[in-house]
Unconditional design. Sequence first.
Length: 167
Amino acid sequence: MHRLTPRLSIFPLSPAQMQLWVHDLPALEAALGCTYRGEPLSGPFLQVVCAQASAAAAAGTNYMWHSFWLLMRRSDRSIVGSAVWKGAPDASGRVEIGYGLGQAFYHQGYMTEAVSELCRWALDQPAVTSVLAETDPLPQGAASQRVLKRCGFLPYPQKSGCWWCLK
């Protein structure tokens, strides 16, 4: 299930690998032959990762809709960031994506590359009709909104929040 872009190898963590990510990062690095340089696993991000690890474990063979997908730079096997599907497609065929980068990798195009490829993969799945993403409003959400615009997302009106959609 690996996806390759010019600079990245993108892959979902298995439920067992999710547990390693949360509880034993050096063991995960050794198993994957990589160096983790993505978002620090602390605070609210750690809480999200733990919740998704539980959801991935409960999802069986559909774990990829709940697991985090790591973004590994091909040149040096550094994990630069991650992305997550926040659940399986709903009854309308919508899925929601979330993503983040290690600060050292901001403004280098990695996330645009990754989101574009992950959306291509999702929209190739028979049950998926569209991809949604929520960002912070401007100015805090400017970088995320630029990524989504580059990937072809359009504003998606909702009752609350700042939402985007790709079909």
